[in-house]
Design a protein around this ligand. Structure first.
Ligand SMILES: [Zn+2]
Ligand SMILES: [Zn+2]
Length: 353
C-alpha cells in the first residue's frame, strides 16, 4: 500500500516536538504541534491547512508567530485547534502585535480557532483585514471526539493529563484506495494528478454511473470512463491509514487506558519519551513518559510502527539508550501480549470441547 499521509517529525529528538503530515500527490499538509518550525521551508509551511496544538507549553506553541508571519497577506483560511483556554492563548498572541496596516493587504487571511473542552468545542474567526478582532462570539458545539472531517479522513482528539489538559491526536483515512498498476496498463493509462481526483470521487461516494475524464499527464489525450467501471479495473479498497501523535503525558491509569483505546491499531504511533526508566521519578514529577513506558504503550496499542521524540537534554549524546529502551519494552510487551492471547485462545478451544 502506498500511504496517503506522509508524516515526519519536524525536528531532532532533543528539539521542539511537532509532526508535519503531507498528503501524497497534493499540495497540502497538516501539522500536529507548533514548536520551533523554522526548519520547515516556506513552501512546506504554505501547504498547511489545519494546525493542531496538543497544549500551549512554549515548546509546542512558539511556532504560531512564525506560521502567522509566513501566511500574512495571503488568500488563505487557516484552522487551528487546541485545548481548553486556546482562544485566550491565541488572542493573547495576536494582541502582542500592532495591526494598524493590516487592512492594506490585498487578501484576507482568516484564522479559524477552535478550543476543545471535555464536552464542547468553542470556535471563533479572526481576519487580518479586521486587525484580527474576533468576528463574532464563540460558537459552541458538542465535542464527540472528532475535530475535523472530510470525505477521505477524520482527525480525532482525546483529552489527556499533563497536569493540564493535553490533546492526543490522530488522523485516520476512512478507507485506502490502492491503485492496481496492471489495471492501469490494461487500459493504457498513466499515473498522474488525475488519480487524486479519482480517489476523491470514491471517498465522496460519487455516483458510479457518472462519467470520469482521465487527463493523461504526458500526452494531451483525454479518456472518458464510467466511474464505477474504472474503479473495478484499477482500484482495490483496503483499511485506511492511521497516524497517532501523543505528546506530553504522565503514565497514569487514566492516560494509559485512554491512549490504548485512542491509538489502537495505528500504522504509525509518534509518542513522547522525555526520560529514561532510571529517571522514572522525575518523569512522573514532570508529567512525562519514560522511553520504556512509551515502548509499552506502543505495543499495547498494537502500533505497527512507532517513533519516540521529545528527549530531555540531560541525555544528549545518549539518545541510542532511549531508542534501545523503548524498542526492548515494545518487543517484550508484544511477546507478553501474544503469549496471553495464545493461552486465552487455547483456553477457549478447550472449553469448546
Ligand atoms: Zn508540556
Ligand atoms: Zn513539551
Amino acid at each position: 500500500m502506498r500511504p496517503s499521509f506522509l508524516p515526519r517529525l519536524i525536528n531532532g529528538p532533543f528539539d521542539d516536538p511537532g509532526l508535519y503530515i503531507s498528503f501524497l500527490f497534493q499540495k497540502r499538509a497538516l501539522i500536529f504541534d507548533l514548536g520551533d518550525i523554522n526548519g520547515l521551508p516556506v513552501k512546506d509551511l504554505l501547504k498547511i491547512s489545519h494546525t493542531f496544538v496538543t497544549h500551549t507549553h512554549m515548546d509546542h506553541f512558539i511556532g504560531f508567530d512564525h506560521l502567522l508571519r509566513v501566511m500574512l497577506g495571503r488568500d488563505k483560511k487557516l484552522s487551528f485547534f487546541g485545548p481548553q483556554g486556546f482562544l485566550k492563548n491565541v488572542e493573547g498572541k495576536l494582541a502582542g502585535y500592532t495591526w494598524n496596516l493590516a487592512d492594506n493587504y490585498n487578501y484576507p487571511l482568516c484564522l479559524q480557532i477552535t478550543e476543545v473542552g471535555p464536552e464542547f468545542t468553542r470556535a471563533r474567526s479572526y481576519r487580518c483585514r479586521d486587525r484580527f478582532e474576533p468576528l463574532q462570539d464563540a460558537v459552541r458545539k458538542p465535542f464527540d471526539g472528532v475535530l475535523h472531517e472530510e470525505p477521505a479522513f477524520r482527525i480525532s482528539a482525546v483529552i489527556l493529563d499533563h497536569k493540564i489538559p493535553c490533546l492526543g491526536l490522530s488522523i485516520k483515512e476512512h478507507f485506502h484506495v490502492n491503485i492496481i498498476k496492471e489495471g492501469l496498463k490494461r487500459l493504457g493509462l498513466e499515473p498522474g494528478p488525475w488519480l487524486s481526483q479519482f480517489k476523491q470521487h470514491l471517498y465522496s461516494q460519487t455516483d458510479p454511473a457518472s462519467m470520469f475524464e482521465v487527463q493523461m499527464p504526458q500526452q494531451k489525450l483525454k479518456k472518458q470512463f464510467k466511474l464505477g467501471k474504472l474503479a473495478e479495473q484499477i482500484a482495490q479498497i483496503t483499511p485506511g491509514q492511521k497516524i497517532t501523535y501523543i505528546a506530553d503525558v504522565i503514565y497514569s491509569e487514566s492516560n494509559i487506558e485512554k491512549i490504548v483505546e485512542f491509538a489502537a491499531d495505528s500504522d504509525h504511533l509518534f509518542i513522547e519519551a522525555a526520560f529514561m526508566e532510571k529517571d522514572r521519578e522525575i518523569a512522573t514529577e514532570k508529567y512525562h513518559l519514560t522511553a520504556r513506558q512509551a515502548g509499552q504503550l506502543a505495543a499495547r496499542t498494537a502500533a505497527r510502527k512507532f517513533s519516540i521524540f521529545h528527549f530531555s537534554p540531560r541525555y544528549i549524546e545518549q539518545e541510542s539508550f532511549l531508542y534501545q529502551e523503548a524498542s526492548e519494552a515494545y518487543k517484550s510487551e508484544l511477546a507478553t501480549k501474544q503469549r496471553k492471547e495464545e493461552s486465552e485462545r487455547s483456553g477457549y478451544t478447550f472449553h469448546n470441547f
